[in-house]
Design a protein around this ligand. Structure first.
Ligand SMILES: [Zn+2]
Length: 170
């Protein structure tokens, strides 16, 4: 992904129902890279613009790729296969975002724009997919259940908020 096409006008994408496809090299995702075994490879993404059921400018994201992790128990290589979908809708400003009530709808609000950072969104979503303690199936203790999804996400979610340029998420 070049510097010129990591940004997109997401309102235009929603209006036209356009699709943005690309690949984000792991080496170009420094926050994600910090938790990986190496940075060879890339994540394929597809961002499909649309208006959602409530008439809001929105998009569906699909991520695919392998994340080279390390097993927390045996310290051997562990490949995490990503096939991840997420739904978003876009608001016009941070102020608008901060006024939104907290809901349990699956669509997540993001501050959109004409130069929306698609690479940062792809990286954020990939980070959220990385478990706090990655383990091979054979390495997971049989009597202990995997942590709940939300719990597993917490440290990386916190990490995501630290990225420069401020958070687009809430
Ligand atoms: Zn293992």
């Amino acid at each position: 992904m070049s510097q010129t096409d990591r940004f997109a006008d997401v309102f235009e994408l929603a209006r036209t129902g356009g699709t943005l496809e690309g690949s984000l090299p792991l080496a170009a995702a420094p926050r994600l890279r910090a938790g990986l075994r190496h940075d060879r490879g890339a994540l394929a993404y597809r961002l499909q613009g649309r208006y959602d059921e409530r008439g809001r400018p929105a998009a569906l994201l699909h991520l695919e790729g392998d994340l080279p992790l390390v097993c927390d128990r045996c310290r051997q290589a562990l490949e995490l296969k990503l096939d991840h979908r997420a739904a978003f809708y876009f608001v016009g400003s941070e102020e608008e975002l901060s006024r939104l009530p907290v809901t349990d709808e699956p669509e997540e609000p993001l501050v959109g724009g004409r130069r929306f950072d698609v690479a940062a969104l792809v990286e954020d979503e990939a980070i959220l997919c990385v478990p706090i303690s990655p383990r091979h199936a054979r390495c997971a203790p049989p009597t202990v259940r995997e942590p709940a999804d939300a719990e597993a996400r917490t440290p990386f979610a916190a990490l995501a908020k630290l990225r420069s340029g401020g958070s687009q998420r809430r």
